[in-house]
Design a protein around this ligand. Sequence first.
Ligand SMILES: Nc1ncnc2c1ncn2[C@@H]1O[C@H](COP(=O)(O)OP(=O)(O)OP(=O)(O)O)[C@@H](O)[C@H]1O
Ligand SMILES: [Mg+2]
Length: 271
Amino acid sequence: MSDFVLTDKPEQQNIIDLTGICQSYDGGQNYVIKDLNLVIEDKPAQGQFVVILGMSGSGKSTVLRYIAGLQQPTEGAVLIHGKPVGGGAKRASMVFQQYSSLPWMTVLDNVGLALRYEGIKKSARDAKAMELIEMVGLAGHENKYAQYPSLSGGQLQRVAIARSLLANPDILLMDEPFGALDIRTRLQMQDLLMRIWNKFHSTIIFVTHDIREAIYLGDDIYILKSQPSRFVKHIHVDLPLNRTNEVKRNPRYNELVHEVEDLMMTVAEMG
Ligand SMILES: Nc1ncnc2c1ncn2[C@@H]1O[C@H](COP(=O)(O)OP(=O)(O)OP(=O)(O)O)[C@@H](O)[C@H]1O
Ligand SMILES: [Mg+2]
């Protein structure tokens, strides 16, 4: 466990680099984010699971929006594979807490959406989309509209995950994706995500308020302080990879839960 340090190595291209990020919404009188840095190394054959924790309003969604290219900071650089977002690198796609799918389109069309923009013909698009629909356990639902209640909350998140994977399995941004789900569905979705991660070796950046979820899923956890926001703590989760529910009985898991809870309280007092 360490204070947050910039681990930029010039010889290696990082998958994500946020450097010197500052954010003001009132022309520079007040800064909600100041000197925020985040470096995520590229681990191509392995991928990684990064979790962002922070109090409400600490800038977690904003950080994901920067990486997705949905927002530009007032100051600072946001690089993906060493290139400015939108400047050549493939865009990362985002799974939100809710409303991630287009309700007027079927599951099949939602999942295949990215290929439509690439001009790929419908039969090829549908075949690729079906592979992912099967992978996330939604076969048989592909012709339903992607809306509640014909699909449950958990099923709708499966649609969003499948769509993101098809668009770009390299980087997946997930903003409290399981926040609205019941405990059983949530645990099932966590395990689905682990399986996906093992298959695609994606870099997943995952926002949650749930510390147990953060430790179960994450390899590395970064904690944001607020007012103004920046990353202040990095925790490497020293639990075995390829986790299953068994890990929750590992004493180290429970120790980490307590350590991170304490850290969150310390960081909350910082601002
Ligand atoms: N357009 C805006 N104008 C003014 N302030 C904004 C704007 N957008 C975001 N903010 C502020 O930026 C800060 C970070 O917001 P953000 O939504 O990223 O927080 P968060 O950590 O995702 O919170 P939560 O856990 O509640 O989702 C907040 O203080 C918010 O009020
Ligand atoms: Mg948020």
